[in-house]
Each structure stands twice: as structure tokens, then as C-alpha cells.
Write a protein that binds this ligand. Structure first.
Ligand code: MG
Length: 169
């Protein structure tokens, strides 16, 4: 496999684990505010990110590539309002989309059609992640300022359950 593609795939394992860390930090923030629904939403999100990391790792294993596990950065975002994590999450997902696009670009350059096909699932996933993150912001803006509205939103997010990724390697 192309060296640059292999490097970026390996790097993405770390980036996805960092995403899980970031979302756990958000879950902690909401838990401290007793917004258990929002906390649950980000706990589930963290599980999804761990799954993403493991999918990249498994893909490398299957293709006989050496995996190097690096230290995961500390989540260093400061949340000063209930809306902060929502904004940071949306921003972060756009960053992850850019990372996926970069791997896709390098795979395309290298005529690595197998990796492009693998990444297709993540391209779709990122569309959904960005949409979900943006929706959480707009719904917070619409309903979250009102205590009853916030209560209902929190109840709704409490119902989110973890499901395994549809991509199986
Ligand atoms: Mg992810």
C-alpha cells in the first residue's frame, strides 16, 4: 500500500479515539449539570467514535499493515455554556470530514480503490454526523432557552441507544 495512505489510516485511529475522548469530556460536562440526556447522547457518541477507531485498526490488520498506537491527546476544550459543547462538536465533525477527505484524496491519487471503497462508509457517516451536530445546535437555539423546552430535549437525548456500526469488516 501507498505509504502516505497507510500513514493517514494509522493516524485516523488516533483521531477517532481522540473524538471519543472529546465526547466523553462533553458527557462529563452535561452530567455535572444534571442534564443526563445530553450526557447520555455524548456517551453513546463516544462509543461510536471508539468503533470508528477499531474499524480503521481492523482494516489495517486485514491488509497486513503495521499499526502504531500513539498517545491520545487530552481533551482541552473549555465549556462555559450549555451551547458550547454543541458548537464544538459540530466544528469537530467538520474537521473529521476534512481528515476523511484527505485520506480519500491520497487513496485516489494512489489508485487505491480498496481503501476508497472502505472510506465510502465514512464519507456517508460524516454527512450524518455533521447533520446531527447541526440539528442539535438549532434545536437548542429554538427550544433550549426555555426550561421546559430544555427538559424535553434532555428527555429525548436520554433515549439514544448505542448500536453497532453497519460496517462490518
Ligand atoms: Mg468518527
Amino acid at each position: 500500500m501507498n505509504e502516505k495512505v497507510a500513514f493517514l489510516l494509522n493516524q485516523q485511529i488516533n483521531k477517532e479515539f481522540y473524538s471519543a475522548y472529546l465526547y466523553l469530556d462533553m458527557a462529563n460536562y452535561y452530567d455535572a449539570q444534571d442534564l443526563d440526556g445530553y450526557a447520555n447522547y455524548y456517551m453513546v457518541q463516544a462509543q461510536e467514535e471508539r468503533d470508528h477507531a477499531l474499524l480503521f485498526l481492523k482494516y489495517m490488520q486485514i491488509n497486513g499493515l503495521k499499526v502504531t498506537l500513539d498517545a491520545i491527546d487530552k481533551p482541552d476544550k473549555t465549556f462555559t455554556s450549555l451551547e458550547d459543547p454543541l458548537q464544538i462538536a459540530a466544528e469537530h465533525e467538520r474537521y473529521v470530514t476534512a481528515l476523511i477527505n484527505e485520506i480519500y484524496h491520497e487513496a485516489h491519487q494512489a489508485k487505491d480503490y480498496r481503501t476508497m471503497k472502505f472510506l465510502d462508509w465514512f464519507v456517508d457517516e460524516q454527512m450524518e454526523e455533521e447533520d446531527n451536530a447541526d440539528t442539535m445546535i438549532s434545536r437548542y437555539k429554538l427550544f433550549g432557552q426555555d426550561p421546559k423546552g430544555l427538559y424535553l430535549l434532555d428527555q429525548e437525548y436520554a433515549a439514544r441507544v448505542y448500536t453497532a456500526p453497519s460496517l462490518v469488516l
